[in-house]
Write a protein that binds this ligand. Structure first.
Ligand code: SF4
Length: 359
């Protein structure tokens, strides 16, 4: 099991002039890569590496934000000790060879030189290994995406984070429409190779989240779903994480949309925007959710992000492994209870349900 993050010792500090030769490696990844000893019950199946210094952006939820006072080398609730780039990439290649990891994800802060350092890292890793490489990076446009793919990245992820413009403006600032437009263009030009991240709990309604998910599914943009995690030192350190039931309902929506089983137009929402029906009978919904796959980590193939949003032993927003029968039943029942027939008929009788669809 991953121990408390503070017990993980960072590698020795390196001079600032060498920063381009260093890379952060998430504590769990460093354990799998053999860079330090760490006992884990759920090990990462992707090696997560962080490129760049403190970010130029100022997202209110992010430990790497410009005004964040969170300790350096944290992202969400995970510590990312620094290692020499060549050491980390060599260890990634070897772990892939041993079939201990399936992918490498380069998470890039918006710091000067970030794009150039990422291209270098992709080049060096590609020279060592055929491992699929994801890059989660704020690119300036399609040309930078094309360059990353040409250099050997398998997937480029441009994080939207927020489900709609209103929430984006509050959490991140301006630019939601431009980023959404870029995702649409990129997905059309590089089908199957573009991804994004969405965070549940930034102030959106489930209806807004479901509408965003449907657009992205329609464009074949892969969605990595996250739960907002309050981190000490960020502007939103005191904001609560989303209720687990709300997260389960969104997970179910994403899963069913991705499978083409339902669309946002089939969903029904309460006046406050909570999902109350997926347009499916309870038996059918249970049948679709009972294997628990809807509640496993969503994102690039092989990405399981253990304990990125969760504390060991705490609530599991994203399961980094297949669920046990009991876990799957509990997760499915959280979805079903919100979509109970009784509640829905009551809301319908009161004329208080709202059907889905883009605004
Ligand atoms: S979904 Fe996972 S592997 Fe893909 S970019 Fe996001 S964190 Fe990286």
């Amino acid at each position: 099991m991953l121990r408390h993050s503070q017990t993980v010792m960072a590698a020795p500090p390196y001079p600032a002039a060498n920063v381009q030769r260093l890379v952060g490696v998430s504590a769990g990844s460093a354990g799998v890569l053999g860079l330090h000893r760490l006992r884990q019950t759920d090990a990462p199946t992707t090696a997560y590496l962080m490129i760049g210094e403190r970010c130029a952006c100022n997202c209110r939820f992010c430990a790497q934000a410009r005004h964040s006072t969170a300790r350096a080398h944290y992202l969400s609730r995970v510590v990312w000790p620094l290692y020499p780039l060549e050491t980390a990439l060599g260890a990634v290649a070897q772990a892939f060879e041993r079939h201990e990891i399936q992918r490498c994800c380069l998470q890039v802060t918006a710091a000067p030189g970030g794009f150039r350092h990422t291209v270098t890292a992709v080049d060096r890793l590609r020279a060592l290994s055929a491992i699929p490489i994801s890059t989660s990076i704020v690119v300036s446009g399609l040309d930078e995406m094309a360059a990353l793919l040409e250099h050997g990245a398998d997937r480029v992820t441009l994080a939207l984070d927020a489900a709609c413009e209103r929430v984006y403006a509050d959490a991140k600032g301006s630019g939601w429409s431009r980023r959404l437009g870029l995702l649409r263009e990129a997905a059309a030009r590089f089908p199957g190779r573009i991804g994004t991240h969405l965070i549940v709990g930034l102030g959106e309604t489930e209806r807004e989240m479901a509408s965003a998910l449907q657009r992205l599914v329609d464009w074949q943009v892969g969605v990595g779903l996250f739960a907002f995690t309050p981190v000490i030192g960020t502007t939103w350190q005191d904001r609560p994480a989303p209720p687990l039931r709300a997260y389960r309902r969104v997970q179910a929506a994403r899963y069913l949309m991705a499978l083409g089983i339902c669309r946002v137009e089939d969903l029904t929402f309460s006046p406050s925007g909570q999902i109350v029906s997926y347009g499916l009978g309870s038996d059918r919904l249970l049948e679709l959710l009972r294997d628990g796959r809807a509640f496993q980590t969503a994102g690039c193939t092989g990405c399981n992000r253990p304990y990125y949003n969760e504390r060991p032993g705490g609530m599991m927003y994203n399961y980094p492994r297949p669920l046990t029968t009991a876990e799957a039943a509990a997760a499915a029942s959280a979805v079903l209870s919100a979509a109970s027939c009784a509640e829905l008929s009551h809301l319908r009788a009161a004329g208080a349900v709202v059907h889905g669809g883009r605004r």
